[in-house]
Write a protein that binds this ligand. Sequence first.
Ligand code: FES
Length: 102
Amino acid sequence: MAQFIKVASTNELAAGAAKQIDVEGKSIALFHLDGNYYAIGNECTHRGGPLAEGFIEGDTVTCPWHGAQFNIKTGAVASAPASKPVAKYNVRVQGDAVELEI
Ligand code: FES
């Protein structure tokens, strides 16, 4: 059954920043955009590049390896060479805890 797990504190992640989270055997990229937090799979569906280390612009992250782009809010592909979306995870903030639904 799905549950929320604390993965970060709100003060750990500045607006416009991202962080790799390893939880329950999954590698997840957590993003902080304008006061809201979003989480998608960290491994680019092209060749596994780390999206938490990608370039963030607006709602889009660019994979640092070959430049595929993904929507940070949905995990959808925004630009090739990736053709498949990454997973999207629900995130909630409880007090100063950022929690991820796993
Ligand atoms: S691994 Fe991400 S674009 Fe190639």
